[in-house]
Design a protein around this ligand. Structure first.
Ligand code: ZN
Ligand code: ZN
Length: 175
């Protein structure tokens, strides 16, 4: 059975929880953070994604995975993506691993479990026809197409981030 997209009232709940998590971070770090854009336009296998495009910071949530596993995503995906945003706000483009010690430290301060792999049963979740693989550089997360992923993995292609000029490294995950 096809899972329905997350209903608007529950999207509001997720946005409120995200903003509350950011306010909590402001108290913990004794500074302000201008909240990122929060959207529900992520599809595929990941529940959430944080990305920076120029000046634009964005947390993207997957409305189907949130719909199927609402409580779990509210408790785990929200602080997970907020922690990426906080690390980016604190360290900017300095070289930090996506789920490295800086990110884990923020997760601990938020009282969240710093686990990376959350394997959900995705039956009923609409999937993209084109697969996308998650790569990271020093500043961001990138979605790489299957063709480019195969080239990179067979040594036939090497890709650089246009912003930080660092090579894109496969994070082991699929988006
Ligand atoms: Zn992450
Ligand atoms: Zn970069």
């Amino acid at each position: 059975m096809q899972v329905e997209s997350l209903e608007p009232s529950r999207q509001d709940q997720v946005v409120a929880a995200t903003l509350e998590c950011i306010r909590r971070s402001e108290r913990l770090y004794a500074r302000t953070f201008t909240p990122p854009l929060i959207t529900f336009d992520l599809t595929g296998r990941s529940a959430g994604m944080y990305r920076v495009q120029g000046e634009r910071r964005q947390i993207r949530y997957n409305p189907y995975i949130f719909s199927k596993y609402f409580a779990d995503n509210l408790a785990n995906t929200v602080p997970h993506e907020v922690a990426h945003f906080i690390v980016n706000a604190l360290y900017g483009r300095r070289k930090v691993q996506p789920h490295g010690i800086e990110w884990r430290a923020v997760m601990h301060r938020l009282g969240a479990e710093p686990s990376v792999t959350c394997r959900y049963d995705l039956s009923g979740i609409p999937q993209r026809r084109q697969r996308r693989f998650e790569y990271s550089c020093a500043c961001n997360t990138h979605a790489v197409s299957a063709v480019r992923h195969n080239r990179a993995q067979t040594g036939k292609g090497r890709y650089l981030c246009r912003q930080c000029r660092q090579p894109l490294v496969f994070s082991g995950g699929e988006l």
